[in-house]
Design a protein around this ligand. Structure first.
Ligand SMILES: *[C@@H]1O[C@H](CO)[C@@H](O)[C@H](O)[C@H]1NC(C)=O
Ligand SMILES: *[C@@H]1O[C@H](CO)[C@@H](O)[C@H](O)[C@H]1NC(C)=O
Ligand SMILES: *[C@@H]1O[C@H](CO)[C@@H](O)[C@H](O)[C@H]1NC(C)=O
Ligand SMILES: *[C@@H]1O[C@H](CO)[C@@H](O)[C@H](O)[C@H]1NC(C)=O
Ligand SMILES: *[C@@H]1O[C@H](CO)[C@@H](O)[C@H](O)[C@H]1NC(C)=O
Ligand SMILES: *[C@@H]1O[C@H](CO)[C@@H](O)[C@H](O)[C@H]1NC(C)=O
Ligand SMILES: *[C@@H]1O[C@H](CO)[C@@H](O)[C@H](O)[C@H]1NC(C)=O
Ligand SMILES: *[C@@H]1O[C@H](CO)[C@@H](O)[C@H](O)[C@H]1NC(C)=O
Ligand SMILES: *[C@@H]1O[C@H](CO)[C@@H](O)[C@H](O)[C@H]1NC(C)=O
Ligand SMILES: [Cu+2]
Length: 582
């Protein structure tokens, strides 16, 4: 299980430069094989620009390999010492970096002990055309990687921008198992790349406890709505230890994240909400943000004071450093009063201008953020640069999302009255490949089989309680409408709707999206509030069932299931989910 370090130093690779990143430094990339560009100054994506189809990736021939050991590690990123699930001992996890069109290979070793547990890693937003078994969802696209076993995920970076990877097994990512993904591609002009900026809420209780509380029949609001303890920027913040009622080692002086600005220059930040439940409202005092991309889609730039991102959403922003070259400013992210349940509501980081004296302290000057119902604040402004009009749907699916309890009072999320339940030993995709339609149509799998001839699939969701950032696996969607109350049939920007793989479904509102059912697989469409998915808020689409049957699931996927069965039948720990399994 020792990682083999092929090469820790990377010669100059166009589009890969971490020098200015505030994100905890690597090295992350173990090896790099293949061609890259056609000489100095020539990017591997050739003449493609932000106006090109972001899904028309070049073939670079490059393969980027990473080697990860997943284990429990005691760390104190915010001063509060606790056991986290880490990759190679790091929190937050390593950055996965590639150029548009490259292939990424990550070998994952499951070294989770004390107790042991299965695992699976999901690559948020990656499309996996032709290899849907690489999507990394236990019980949906694979059996869990059993303790002591390894698996190599392989996927192509077919689009560009920023995203993240995370555990997609039993709420593991709430325990630290996540990190950013940056896929370099064409961009608007900027001077300084500050790299990924992750925004996340953070729990001081073990992830298993978060899931147990959410599905419990407790009547205590702070139990069945698990409140997070902190907010982090790039995995950092301090914490007031006197707020803790536990006897964990704790230091109230942990470091906050720091960023450097060069006066007069334009800085690029790739914002990623890598949280468990909290919406994040991001801003920099005294500065405007120019949004240039949402999820993987470059958009007509628009200016805002702050950006609101639900869990799983990303925005690329450019910031013109128009401040005092000798000053420092606060960068902030906060949950918003109705859009997060957290004990600490705001995180600060410090932006130092190049001539700011050592120890410069910012003068707080926050933007006033009016209360809102946790929906998309800017949807009509979001106009993809590569235009696609909205097609007439071939099929429309309707879902009511409701909250309730079963006979023992355990909390459940329902879609059309059914809560999702995974069987880790029988992943939906593998059963679909065996032609087992009856298994997929069992109510607890909440799986819609898309008719072979339906290309444009519209999905209409009604919500009455809480907020749900809905995320689609295996592709993106056009956002037809998002708003208060039921949908009245109005389409927002029908000539060129916003495209994304994650969108908010607000409190007492609706979300209408439309995707193209062209990528064969079983693709999740679920709430990304981790403990809503774990309490059953998870829909699946079986796309191109015939092609899935013909695809030929690789033997390694069956071997992984055999290893999981062996682990389970030998009485392995945590072999059965107590929640939906996700
Ligand atoms: C596996 O994790 C344990 C800690 O839980 C650690 O002591 C051990 O070194 C790890 N093994 C490898 C191969 O990294
Ligand atoms: C830390 O929390 C305690 C208890 O709520 C409070 O009395 C104290 O003022 C806080 N300290 C800081 C620096 O905010
Ligand atoms: C955080 O926000 C909640 C809800 O608005 C509020 O009740 C609580 O007092 C806030 N906590 C802090 C530390 O400001
Ligand atoms: C949403 O709810 C409204 C009434 O509250 C109902 O008329 C409509 O049919 C529902 N939509 C779906 C998709 O079920
Ligand atoms: C209710 O749900 C919980 C959690 O999934 C489960 O353990 C319990 O058996 C369920 N109760 C009934 C009566 O089905
Ligand atoms: C809550 O669940 C426990 C089992 O976990 C059960 O014994 C108890 O009766 C339940 N309470 C209610 C009010 O249903
Ligand atoms: C959703 O609920 C509304 C009533 O609130 C009902 O009219 C509609 O038929 C339901 N839709 C589905 C798909 O169950
Ligand atoms: C869901 O449950 C409600 C109330 O129990 C019922 O009225 C409705 O018909 C059910 N809907 C479906 C789609 O089963
Ligand atoms: C339909 O809803 C949108 C918001 O979702 C609103 O702006 C518009 O005025 C509504 N149209 C009608 C005819 O009610
Ligand atoms: Cu949710």
């Amino acid at each position: 299980m020792k990682p083999t370090l092929v090469s820790a130093t990377i010669s100059v690779v166009i589009g890969l430069s971490q020098s200015a990143y505030a994100y905890p430094p690597g090295p992350y990339l173990l090896s790099y094989v293949g061609a890259n560009g056609k000489g100095p100054g020539s990017p591997p994506w050739g003449r493609r620009t932000v106006h090109s189809d972001p899904e028309d990736a070049p073939k670079t021939g490059a393969v980027r390999k990473y080697d990860w050991i997943i284990q429990r590690t005691t760390l104190a990123p915010d001063g509060f010492e606790q056991s986290l699930l880490t990759v190679n001992g790091q929190f937050p996890g390593p950055l996965v970096e590639a150029n548009w069109g490259d292939v990424v290979e990550v070998t994952v070793h499951n070294n989770i002990t004390g107790p042991e547990e299965g695992t699976a890693i999901h690559w948020h937003g990656i499309h996996h055309e032709g290899s849907p078994w690489m999507d990394g969802v236990s019980g949906v696209t694979q059996c869990p990687i059993a303790p002591g076993e390894s698996f190599t995920y392989r996927w192509r970076a077919t689009t560009h921008g920023a995203s993240w990877w995370h555990g997609h097994h039993a709420l593991q990512y709430g325990g630290g198992l996540w990190g950013p993904i940056v896929i370099h591609g064409p961009s608007q002009k900027y001077d300084v790349d500050l790299g990924p900026v992750t925004l996340s809420d953070y729990y001081h209780m073990p992830y298993e406890q978060v899931a147990k509380n959410a599905i419990s029949n407790s009547t205590d609001f702070k139990v069945w709505v698990p409140h997070s303890d902190n907010h982090l920027i790039n995995g950092k913040n301090n914490y007031n230890c006197s707020l803790s009622t536990t006897n964990h080692k704790c230091d109230s002086n942990a470091e906050r994240a720091q960023f450097s600005f060069q006066a007069g220059k334009v800085h690029r930040l790739r914002l990623i909400n890598t949280g468990v439940q909290a919406l994040q409202i991001f801003s920099i005092d005294n500065h405007k943000l120019q949004v240039t991309s949402m999820d993987w889609t470059p958009v007509e730039p628009y200016e805002v004071d702050y950006v609101a991102l639900g869990v799983g959403q990303r925005a690329e922003v450019l910031v013109h450093a128009t401040g005092d070259p000798k000053a420092a400013y606060y960068m902030r992210t906060k949950g918003g009063t109705q859009c997060a349940t957290t004990f600490v509501n705001e995180t600060l980081a410090t932006v130092y201008y190049d001539q700011a004296p050592a120890g410069a302290v910012p003068v707080p000057n926050p933007y006033t953020i009016p209360d809102f119902t946790c929906g998309n604040l800017v949807l009509p402004k979001v106009k993809p640069l590569f235009k696609k009009p909205l097609a007439k749907p071939d099929i429309t699916l309707y879902y009511n999302v409701t909250f309730g309890a079963n006979a023992t009072g355990n909390r459940q999320w329902y879609q059309n009255n059914v809560t999702f339940q995974a069987d880790w030993s029988r992943p939906l995709l593998l059963e679909a490949a065996d032609g087992n339609a009856a298994y997929l149509s069992a109510p607890q799998h909440v799986t819609a089989s898309i008719p072979e001839k339906a290309r444009h699939v519209r999905v209409v969701i009604n919500n009455t309680f809480s907020i749900h950032p809905f995320h689609l696996h295996g592709g993106n969607f056009q956002i037809v409408s998002e708003g208060d109350g039921p949908w009245n049939g109005t389409v927002i920007n029908p000539e060129n709707p916003a495209r994304a793989d994650t969108e908010l479904l607000r409190r007492s509102g609706h979300l209408v999206v439309q995707f193209e059912a062209t990528n064969p697989g079983v693709w999740g469409f679920h709430c990304h509030t981790a403990w809503h998915a774990s309490v059953g808020l998870y829909i699946n689409f079986l796309v191109k069932p015939k092609a899935v049957r013909k695809a030929g699931i690789p033997q390694e996927m069956h071997d992984m299931c055999a290893a999981w069965e062996a682990y389970k039948s030998s009485g392995g720990e945590n072999a059965h989910p107590f929640d939906s399994g996700l």
